[in-house]
Each structure stands twice: as structure tokens, then as C-alpha cells.
Design a protein around this ligand. Structure first.
Ligand code: SF4
Length: 689
């Protein structure tokens, strides 16, 4: 544990988004009183923190923090002791397992937690519950796109460090406004353009802050990123030509994908994507000619219906154009926020065990059986949305939610609230009484990142330390300590005195984290894979492996269509990323300074569309989808394409009311958050009496 002395400054990691900047937190009287970039080399090279990191830390000492465990008695949450709360939780989960079976329990968590805590949570579910019903908020933001990337390249991860973006000659930015959601990446893109003369191709139907830096601007139809990528990859394959010499792995994929892509109808692709054949051909030509291309997909593409296919197509794009396994190029998905990468690495998803190992892989199961004393269950578990659907049908009896807020984060809040209310037992472990915690039978108060030790993995695979700065607020406890105590009470092996013990177990069970020890991290931050303590880590993925070894010939590429608007809903609504998008939801909701620096909850529309609907600048409007409705103000902006309503969320993410929980990515099950069909009408305000 860090040496905590009044008035000291401690180097740690900003955990408010997935960039993971190194920061120094200054503290006095158990309060954070200042924040600055850490006084040491930072791999992401931030010279100043973004406004979120600079102002968002006030959530830590917010007066709204939970300070004691709460248990529901006579319908009301009342304060209780840790002993009573933990005994009740362990006893009730054990009862439900006995009465309803192990598949009737599940857990959601915890992109806001450390790697060690994510590892413990999935271990708790796989050993104490005995099932794979475990997922995290990464499912909503990231996992689907990443799974598509993994299908082709082999790993669900960024290929190169973020700093390599500055060395690219061509940058393809798709569905991302990094100046808003990932400011450090936005800074890298600007530096590449201004200092190196890189050409930026900006692919986004919406106005974008990086527009002044772009050399080429492409505006696909809303919801048509995957179709655009199909058209672009088809052009790339045609331009590569059949006789071209490619390294073996690339040539295997080329031979496999070429006939499938060539068979697609060019005219249909143009019409469906909204990008002309000429623009697709020119872009393909530039990407093939450039020495180093960085492809940066963002939240816009990761939350669309076909995010999995988009991940596949972008991975194939960097592979076939030769922009992989070398410096200054690669695939840089910035959809991840918080510790989404660490949550995926630590097996907080139903499809995978820690270290991206599969539950059906016998050798991985033996490794975990050796460490845990019991083998992880082999069968498929429920993902995030499937657990909520199972709760709605009465098939899920108990749910443990750690640091997540499904009522806020999922589409269709009303349906999610109803589903969670049907659970026989809901436990929420968080720093604040969230909308989900308000429904719980037991609420366990957890410590913020500033009150605990552990490790964190940024979106670029960089593992770094989190150091304790404050004592936990009130009676709150670090998530790892709560999980360890619950495991003891449910008779699961948990021989941990601190996060360092958990990390030691991770070193033994997760080969890509084998050398990422506390001692090694004391000397330097490390990119995984890092197999042993002598290994310096791996900045560039796949550089030493020329082939993944096989081409996945079950992968079928087919034409996609973007759905027509249903009668009565003449507009498409897209929720644009805001500074709140990638931010820790607790900070977004409870930092008064972040809130005051954030945009208003509002929409923009084109003035011509406004004319035809009788809407004026600043009017209050009602927006209805087939699922729900919201009221907000509208501002008129010539840059908003006709037929489109662009929403900016507030900290309660109210636009999620307009999306359906059942609208999910067909390949990987994550909910679709953009776009949706809506109608918009002015709200008549009664004149004053
Ligand atoms: Fe860095 Fe993100 Fe923190 Fe901003 S919020 S300082 S980009 S980690």
C-alpha cells in the first residue's frame, strides 16, 4: 500500500476514460485538492490533461457518496453493518442457487474497476455461482467491434500504441470525433496532420470537430458504416489485383475474401452507403499507396447494428493494405472507455476466460482448475442484454451488479427497470446510489479508484498502476476486498490479502499478463502480451508472428442493407458522442464541474427540416420513436444533414429511452444505439394566464 501522508502528492492513473493518462493527485485531510499530469514520461504524451481529467476528480469527495451498506427492509433501503449485509448476500445467493440452479444467477461488472477486481468478479461467478453469466458495460460500448477485429487478426485489441498515430501518413477516421470523446487521440491526429502532413479521411455523416484538418470528407448514410466498409474493401481487393505478391497470411485472406467481395453489386453498395464509387476508388487507392495508414474507428461505428461486421472489415482492411505488424500504422479502436480493455482481458464476458482464453479450451480449463481448485464451467453464459431479458421472463433469479448502471446505460430504461424489478435478489455495489441501486435489495458502498491499489489497462493495452491516495470514504471498501469477503462466505478459494496477491494469480493463469507483476510495473508501464518478468512487453501486436496460422473460412461476407424508415417516422436520430460518452458514469453524474462544462441535453436539425415541421430555433420538441419519447430543445444547424436529428446526451443518457433493447447486433448481441427512426413535433407551451 502507498505511504499515505497528509499533504502528499501521489502518482497514479486517471481512470475517468480509457486513455489512462498518468496523473498526480494532491490530497489534504482525505480530500483530493489538486490534479496534474504526472511528473514523468507518459506514453500517451499528454502535456496537459483534458478537461474531464482536470475537473472531474471532485466526484471522489462528493457528498452524495455511499458511506454505509444498505439493505431493503419494508420496501426501504436502510443502513446496516457490513457483517449483516455480506451474510445476507452470501446466504441469499446460496439459497437461490439451490432452489433455482446455477444458471439462474449472474453478474454485471465492472469497467470502472481494476483488473484485479474484474478477475475476482468473474472468478466469483464461475466458482461460487458455477456459470458463465458474466458481462460488463464493454458489451454496450466496445466488445462487438472488438470481437469482429479478433475474428480476423486474433486479438480484441488496439494493434499499436496511440502515439503511433502521429507517425501515420494516411489516417482513416470512421465514426469518431476524438476531439470530443477521446481528446488525447484527437491531439495525435492533429499533430500528424499539422506536423507531418498526414492526410485525414474523415468518414462521418455528422459535423465533426476535426473537419478543418481533413483532406477528404466522406458522409455515408446514417447507419451505413458497415456498407461503406464493404464498398471500400471491395475496391481495395479489386485494386490489389490477382497477381500481386502478398505475405502468406495476407494472401490467404485475400484469396478467401476476394470472390465474396467481387460478387457484391457496386451500384447497390453506392446507393446503400451513400458514398460514390469514385470516392470509394480514390480512397482505396490512397490507402494502398500510403506507407503507413492508421485506421481509427470510434463510438459511432461501434454502437451501430452491424458493429461486428465493421470490425471484421476494418481488420481485413489493415491486413490487406499491409498496415499491420509495424510502427506508425494499424487499427486504433477508440470505442473503449474506462477499463473496458481490462474487463475483456480479465474474462468479464461470457464467451471468454481471463486472457482471452475460451471456456471450451481444455488446456485453459486445466490451468484455471489448478489455480482455483475447481474448473470453470464449459457451457455458454448469458451476455449483458440476455441477462436483462432473462430477468424480465423470470428466468434469472439473482443478479450482482458491480460498478455498472444498466438502467442508465441500456436502451429502453423502462423495460430495463421493469426487468430488474422482477429479480428475486438484486445486489448493487457502487460508489453512488445509482438508478439501478435504487432498485436493489442490498447496496454495498465501494471505494473510488483514488482509495485503492491495483492495475488498469488502457485502450492501447498499456497496463499501469493505480495507487491509493485517500482512505476509503465513510465505511466504503475497495471492490476487491468486498469480493474476497463474499468468496470466503460462499466457501470459494480466495487466499488474498491485497490486490498484489490477485495479480500474482493473474500472472499464473493469464499468459499475456505472465510478466506484468507489481515489481515490473514499478519500473515501467507495460503493453501486453508480456509473458515473463524479463520481457519488456509488446508495443506492436503481431509483429513477431507473421501469421495467425489460419484463415477463418466460416466467415461469409454478404451484402448488407440499411433499413428504410417506417411510416410515420420521417427522421433518423443519431446520438452524437459527447465529452460524457466515454467518461466514468459516476464522474459524469456526480462531478458538478464536469456537468457545468458539458453540452446541454438537446438536438440539432437542419433549418429546412425545421421549416417543414413548424419548429423554430430553441423550440421545445417531443421526439418519439417506436419505443419511447423524450422532450428537449432543438437548435438549427445548416451542417446537420437533412432527414437527420442529432442528439447530445445529458448525464442521465435520456436519449437511450428511444432505442429498443431487442434491437441487437445480429452477430454478437450488443444493443444497437444508433440510428433510430423518430418523429419530432413542437411542444405547445401554454401562454401565461
Ligand atoms: Fe486522460 Fe481520459 Fe483522464 Fe482526460 S479523462 S485526463 S483523456 S484519462
Amino acid at each position: 500500500m502507498s505511504d499515505i501522508t497528509k499533504g502528499k502528492a501521489v502518482n497514479t492513473t486517471c481512470t475517468l476514460c480509457g486513455t489512462g493518462c498518468s496523473i498526480t493527485l494532491e490530497h489534504r485531510n482525505n480530500q483530493v485538492v489538486g490534479v496534474a499530469p504526472a511528473d514523468r514520461d507518459c506514453p500517451v504524451d499528454q502535456v496537459s490533461l483534458c478537461f474531464k481529467g482536470l475537473y472531474g476528480m471532485d466526484f471522489i469527495n462528493s457528498s452524495e457518496r455511499l458511506t454505509t451498506p444498505l439493505v431493503r427492509k419494508d420496501g426501504v433501503l436502510v443502513a446496516t453493518t457490513w457483517n449483516e449485509a455480506l451474510s445476507f448476500v452470501a446466504g441469499r445467493f446460496a439459497e437461490l442457487k439451490k432452489s433455482h440452479g446455477r444458471h439462474a444467477l449472474g453478474a454485471l461488472g465492472a469497467s470502472s474497476c481494476t483488473n484485479e477486481e474484474n478477475y475476482l468478479l468473474q472468478k466469483f461467478v464461475r466458482t461460487a455461482f458455477g456459470c458463465n453469466n458474466i458481462d460488463s458495460g464493454a458489451r454496450i460500448r466496445t466488445t462487438t467491434l472488438m470481437a469482429g477485429i479478433e475474428r480476423v487478426l486474433g486479438m480484441s485489441a488496439m494493434t499499436n500504441p496511440i502515439s503511433h498515430i502521429r507517425e501515420a501518413y494516411e489516417i482513416l477516421l470512421i465514426g469518431a470525433d476524438p476531439s470530443v470523446a477521446g481528446p488525447i487521440i484527437g491531439r495525435m491526429v492533429k499533430q500528424a496532420v499539422k506536423l507531418r502532413g498526414a492526410r485525414l479521411t474523415l468518414v462521418d455523416p455528422l459535423p465533426n470537430e476535426l473537419e478543418p484538418f481533413s483532406g477528404t470528407r466522406l458522409r455515408p448514410r446514417p447507419g451505413a458504416y458497415a456498407i461503406f466498409l464493404l464498398g471500400l474493401l471491395r475496391e481495395i481487393v479489386l485494386q490489389i489485383g490477382v497477381g500481386t505478391e502478398l505475405r502468406s497470411y495476407r494472401s490467404g485472406w485475400f484469396r478467401y475474401l476476394r470472390p465474396q467481395l467481387e460478387s457484391l453489386d457496386k451500384k447497390k453498395l453506392e446507393a446503400e452507403s451513400g458514398v460514390s464509387g469514385k470516392q470509394l476508388a480514390e480512397t482505396a487507392k490512397r490507402l494502398l499507396a500510403a506507407k503507413r495508414v492508421a485506421v481509427i474507428p470510434g463510438p459511432g461505428i461501434a454502437t451501430e447494428e452491424n458493429a461486428y461486421v465493421s470490425g471484421v472489415l476494418m481488420a481485413a482492411l489493415v491486413l490487406l493494405t499491409g498496415n499491420i505488424w509495424k510502427t506508425g500504422c494499424g487499427l486504433f479502436p477508440i470505442a473503449a472507455s474506462l477499463n473496458d480493455q481490462g474487463a475483456m482481458d480479465m474474462g468479464t464476458w461470457p464467451e471468454k476466460l481471463p486472457g482471452h482464453q475460451y471456456p471450451f479450451d481444455a488446456s485453459a480449463r486445466v490451468r484455471f482448475q489448478h489455480a482455483w481448485g475447481v474448473a470453470p464451467p464449459p457451457e455458454k453464459g448469458l451476455d449483458y442484454v440476455s441477462m436483462i431479458e432473462a430477468a424480465a421472463k423470470g428466468h434469472l433469479a439473482g443478479l450482482y451488479v458491480v460498478g455498472e448502471n444498466p438502467v442508465q446505460d441500456c436502451p429502453d430504461k423502462g423495460a430495463v427497470r421493469d426487468a430488474l424489478s422482477r429479480l428475486q435478489f438484486l445486489v448493487v455495489q457502487d460508489r453512488f446510489l445509482t438508478e439501478t441501486a435504487e432498485l436493489a435489495h442490498v447496496v454495498l458502498p465501494s471505494a473510488s479508484f483514488a482509495e485503492k491499489e491495483g492495475t488498469w489497462t488502457s485502450m492501447e493495452r498499456r497496463v499501469q498502476r493505480i495507487r491509493q491516495v485517500l482512505q476509503p470514504i465513510g465505511e466504503s471498501r475497495p471492490d476487491w476486498a468486498i469480493l474476497t469477503e463474499l468468496m470466503h462466505r460462499m466457501r470459494v478459494q480466495a487466499p488474498y490479502t491485497g490486490p498484489h496477491d490477485v495479480l500474482r494469480e493473474i500472472n499464473a493463469t493469464v499468459p499475456i499478463y505472465g510478466g506484468i507483476t507489481t515489481e515490473h510495473l514499478e519500473q515501467e508501464e507495460l503493453f501486453w502480451p508480456c509473458a515473463d518478468p524479463e520481457n519488456p512487453g509488446t508495443e506492436i501486436l503481431y509483429a513477431h508472428v507473421s501469421s495467425k496460422g489460419f484463415v477463418d473460412d466460416t466467415l461469409k461476407i454478404s451484402h448488407l442493407t440499411s433499413p428504410e424508415l417506417p411510416a410515420g417516422y420521417p427522421f433518423r436520430l443519431i446520438v452524437k458522442e459527447s465529452p460524457l460518452h466515454s467518461l466514468d458514469r459516476a464522474a459524469a453524474a456526480n462531478s458538478s464541474t464536469v456537468r457545468s462544462h458539458s453540452p446541454a441535453f438537446q438536438t440539432t436539425m437542419n433549418p429546412s427540416d425545421a421549416d417543414s415541421t413548424g419548429i423554430e430555433e430553441g423550440s421545445p420538441v417531443q421526439i418519439d420513436s417506436r419505443v419511447g419519447s423524450v422532450e428537449c430543445r432543438v437548435s438549427l444547424d445548416e451542417r446537420t444533414p437533412r432527414g437527420l436529428i442529432v442528439g447530445t446526451n445529458n448525464s442521465s443518457f435520456a436519449f437511450h429511452e428511444l432505442f429498443a433493447l431487442a434491437d441487437r447486433d445480429p452477430m454478437f448481441g450488443s444493443p444497437k444505439l444508433n440510428p433510430t427512426a423518430v418523429k419530432v413535433e413542437p411542444v405547445l407551451v401554454a401562454p401565461p394566464l
